[in-house]
Design a protein around this ligand. Structure first.
Ligand code: GLC
Length: 650
């Protein structure tokens, strides 16, 4: 007997229609496995239905679509290895596993970290020393040859980049890591595939079925209409959003590079293909999918074709599918968009908490860099305190750097609220981080200057942007110490804000900009390679050598990570509430937790600063204990913070 009272009549009908077919598909599985599948189907069916119905529901073949989707789920569930089914139950029992204070992400290009997938095992001791419980393996699935946007132009979703190994290597690695409590995350590019992918090749050969997988236009009429409101993502090296192919005499939608063809999600076949791929990879042991460039998945004339409501429906549907067939899996949305749009990737209103479990906190990252440059946190405090509330079942991915550039996502309204000009502040940040501002400590480079909007995004490693490269070149010990403290301030922020901290490979030992990409013709045009260096294992070895830069930095990072692990207040279930620090150089928040409040305070300047003790007394913290330094802190009427000091007070 099914418990379907929570389903709407429409969903209930759709659910019942699938049961005979499912009982065939599940036959042969143990009774308990069958029951578990059906229980999860009941639990998530409404979410799935609410996701797909608005998109495909009006099509004649909707019933058939649901049947095919149900079959896919049942077939992959049936094929799911026993050890992963156990993990599924574990995750059903511990749905907050990715929200815990003990979670720590580490992100790297496989090739640049370890050469191959097999090579990663050799570096397990390093990863375990750090405390990593989540590895984002970048550029893992097989991309097109030659230029491939850093691995984001996928030619084959079911295979691994040949240089790195095989799909079996990936499966073995996932198993090895899982046994050590480490989850594997890989990129699943949802918005586009390479023009060398079989779907695109067959489309170019004229197969109508596959042409429907993409957006194709016979002439410029519609593309010109769309272009009126479309931004350009890579104005420098890939201007425009459409590319012409004479062999089919058609214009194809290519938001990013010419060789990345946007997938047409209005076509239910695309949904089924991607769901199939997702289950396939999940059954190999992948636990987290970083859903790449999701904001762009739905197009609507007259808009910027980002963050359309259909995107949230599609993501809700994909998540529900995963919850049913491969429940150990979680989704991380990569949407580098404004706060009001961003929050919808967790789900608001009827989709509350149903869209994706993790999303990048782009604003926190941008505001860290903004406050560092200006030594003024007012914009940061304003932007982050205006942030919409998050559902309790999610985690921010908190980060300082990643493989991408930094775009100055500061709106004119937000800047205006703290009496800044948006244009001037964004321009200041670009100048500052490109090292073009007289007092700048940073060595970055401008990425994708857009003369129309004035936007200049920034490339560079954490260390080079935070001042280490310049301090080393100048042999300036004071600047060196400050650069290290700035970096640690950032680490304390992403580890102490609440969320899943995502450490970008090499930042923990201060890897500087890598200028060698300029000599490689496949990379030279894209200066994001500046901050995608190869891991320097000789430098990593210096983390144990007293008084080296590497040791000072790395041991500082480790201290923060250890402090995080023993601070339950940092579990992502509870969100941070930003508070006015009453001093424009300081940023502060409170995390309310059943164990009591935690107050985080961060000094964004190279001067001593004071904060009123009422900030603590208001939270009933009488004898503040700093979780970072593991000691009680002296307070009178005020509390004093050293340059770039950070406190996690309980
Ligand atoms: C994501 C990736 C970025 C890539 C883009 C297009 O934003 O992070 O590196 O260029 O998607 O695939």
């Amino acid at each position: 007997m099914q418990n379907v009272h929570h389903l709407t009549p429409e969903a209930r009908r759709a659910f019942s229609a699938l049961l005979p077919l499912l009982s065939r598909e599940l036959k042969g599985l143990s009774r308990r496995d069958q029951q578990l599948f059906l229980l999860r189907l009941e639990r998530y069916f409404q979410d799935l239905f609410d996701g797909v119905q608005p998109i495909y529901g009006r099509r004649e073949e909707f019933g058939e679509f649901m049947e095919r989707l149900a079959c896919l789920m049942a077939q992959h569930y049936r094929a799911r290895p026993e050890e992963l089914k156990i993990l599924d139950v574990e995750r059903d029992l511990t749905p907050d596993w990715f929200q815990r204070e003990t979670m720590l992400g580490y992100v790297f290009y496989v090739e640049r970290f370890a050469g191959t997938l097999q090579g990663i095992e050799q570096h397990l001791p390093y990863l375990q020393e750090l405390g990593a419980t989540y590895l984002h393996l970048m550029s893992c699935l097989r991309p097109r040859e030659g230029e491939n946007d850093g691995g984001f132009a996928i030619a084959d979703y079911r295979n691994v980049e040949a240089k790195l190994g095989s799909i079996d290597d990936l499966e073995n690695l996932c198993r090895t890591l899982r046994k050590r409590g480490i989850s594997v995350c890989i990129d699943l590019v949802l918005n586009h595939c390479a023009k060398e992918h079989e779907w695109a090749v067959r489309a170019r050969q004229g197969e109508a079925r596959y042409q429907d997988y993409f957006y194709m236009f016979p002439d410029r009429t519609l593309p010109d209409e769309y272009e009126k409101s479309l931004p350009e993502i890579f104005p420098d090296f890939a201007p425009g959003n459409f590319s012409y192919y004479p062999e089919i005499d058609k214009w194809v939608w290519t938001t990013f590079n010419e060789y990345q063809w946007d997938l047409n999600w209005t076509n239910p076949e695309v949904f089924l293909e991607i769901a199939d791929i997702m289950f396939y990879l999940a059954n190999r042991g992948v636990e987290v999918f970083r859903l790449d460039a999701v904001a762009f998945m739905w197009k609507r004339l007259g808009t910027n074709c980002q963050n359309q409501p259909e995107v949230y429906d599609l993501l809700q549907a994909l998540r529900s599918c995963a919850k049913i067939a491969t429940p150990a899996v979680v989704h991380k949305a990569e949407a580098i968009v404004s706060p009001d749009d961003l929050i919808k990737y967790f789900g608001v209103g009827k989709r509350f908490g149903k869209v994706s479990q993790i999303a990048y906190h782009n604003s926190l990252m941008v505001q860290y860099w903004s406050s560092l440059a200006s030594r003024d946190t007012r914009l940061m405090t304003h932007v982050l305190s205006e942030f919409p509330h998050t559902p309790p079942n999610i985690a921010w991915g908190t980060y300082l750097r990643c493989h991408d550039d930094i775009g100055w996502a500061v709106t004119d309204d937000d800047a205006g609220a703290v009496k800044l000009s948006g244009l001037a502040h964004r321009s200041f940040l670009s100048n500052f981080y490109a090292g073009q501002f007289p007092e700048s400590f940073a060595r970055g480079e401008v990425f994708q200057h857009n003369p129309q909007t004035g936007d200049r995004r920034i490339s560079g490693t954490l260390a080079s942007l935070a001042g280490l490269e310049q301090a080393l070149a100048d042999r300036d010990e004071r600047q060196l110490a400050l650069a290290i403290e700035r970096t640690l301030l950032g680490y304390a922020l992403i580890c102490g804000f609440g969320g899943l901290p995502l450490l970008y490979m090499g930042d923990e030992i201060g890897l500087l900009n890598d200028y060698s990409y300029r000599k490689n013709p496949d990379l030279a045009g894209d200066n994001r390679w500046l901050h995608r260096p190869f891991m320097d294992w000789d430098k990593a070895a210096l983390r144990q050598a007293p008084n080296t830069v590497e040791q000072r930095l790395y041991q500082g990072v480790i201290k923060i990570i250890r402090a995080r692990q023993r601070t339950p207040h940092l579990n992502s279930t509870y969100e941070a509430t930003i508070v006015e620090a009453g001093n424009p150089a300081l940023f502060a928040y409170v995390r309310h937790h059943p164990l009591g409040s935690l107050v985080g305070v961060y000094n964004f300047s190279e001067r001593f600063q004071q904060i009123s003790a009422t900030l603590l007394s208001r939270q009933r913290i009488k004898q503040p204990y700093d979780q970072l330094e593991q000691r009680f802190v002296e307070v009178g009427d005020t509390l004093t913070l050293a340059p770039y000091q950070r406190l996690w007070l309980i």
